[in-house]
Design a protein around this ligand. Structure first.
Ligand SMILES: [Ca+2]
Ligand SMILES: [Ca+2]
Length: 245
């Protein structure tokens, strides 16, 4: 009965979510240089708009471990930062394009077009600062059909900072951060015009945590225990304003 009650109460919530306008995040131009060191102490980051805390992607509940993301841009790069509370930081994979989703990771999916029709870019970064990038051409039954991973390589610059010890579950960690720069020239389709005020890109932000508890969280929840639901991506809206102005 408890289970039934829980499911019943989720139904209107899910319907509301499906009818809602998409999650939106306005992203501003940087004000000063961003040093890619994993330390989010630039004034631009302090003033940037945040996704707020991600929620568990299927149950829509508050995760045990909080995660939030921020985005900035300038004429050459998109900058993305994540802050991940974590009591046990784990990341053993060290090779580019490793199967990072099997460990702990943050993920960003995005497309300047319709991701449902034309596919989308996926980027993952682990606490060990290992990166995976791929292009998902289509989704079949929640499974991505991607280009060969080694055939799609963005010039990602990223860094992580760990407040705790990686791969040591005998102590208690605090958090980890990710800071990255993605060259716009790499991630924009060749024929896409320069970014203009009010341009919207479809995007979603995710995190997989496995220790101490398996938890899949999302900015715009997919409503299932999977991430590859492009119809559920939110939107980032480019503003020509410098952040904080
Ligand atoms: Ca920094
Ligand atoms: Ca963890």
């Amino acid at each position: 009965m408890l289970l039934l009650g829980g499911l019943t109460s989720l139904v209107p919530l899910r319907q509301n979510l499906l009818q809602d306008t998409p999650h939106q995040l306005t992203i501003f131009r940087t004000n000063g240089a961003i040093v890619i060191d994993g330390i989010l102490n630039e004034q631009s980051w302090l003033k940037a708009s945040s996704t707020g805390n991600l929620i568990v992607t299927d149950s829509l509940t508050k995760p045990q471990l909080a995660t939030s993301a921020k985005v900035l841009w300038d004429s050459t790069n998109l900058y993305i930062a994540f802050e991940c509370t974590d009591t046990d930081i784990v990341g053993r994979m060290t090779r580019r394009d490793d199967k990072l989703w099997e460990e702990e990771v943050i993920e960003i999916f995005f497309s300047p077009y319709s991701p449902e029709k034309f596919g989308y870019t996926e980027i993952e970064i682990s606490p060990a600062n290992t990166a995976l990038d791929l292009y998902v051409r289509e989704v079949r039954g929640f499974m991505p059909v991607a280009l060969p991973y080694n055939a799609y390589t963005l010039n990602i610059r990223s860094a992580t900072q760990l407040h705790g010890t990686i791969n040591n579950s005998t102590d208690r960690d605090t958090s980890w951060t990710v800071e990255m720069a993605l060259p716009l020239a790499d991630i924009q389709p060749v024929n896409l015009p320069p970014i203009a005020d009010g341009d919207k890109w479809r995007m979603n932000f995710y995190r997989i945590d496995r220790f101490p508890t398996k938890e899949l969280s999302a900015w715009s929840p997919t409503l299932v225990n999977r991430f590859h639901v492009p119809a559920r991506f939110g939107e980032v809206v480019f503003s020509m304003k410098r952040v904080g102005e």
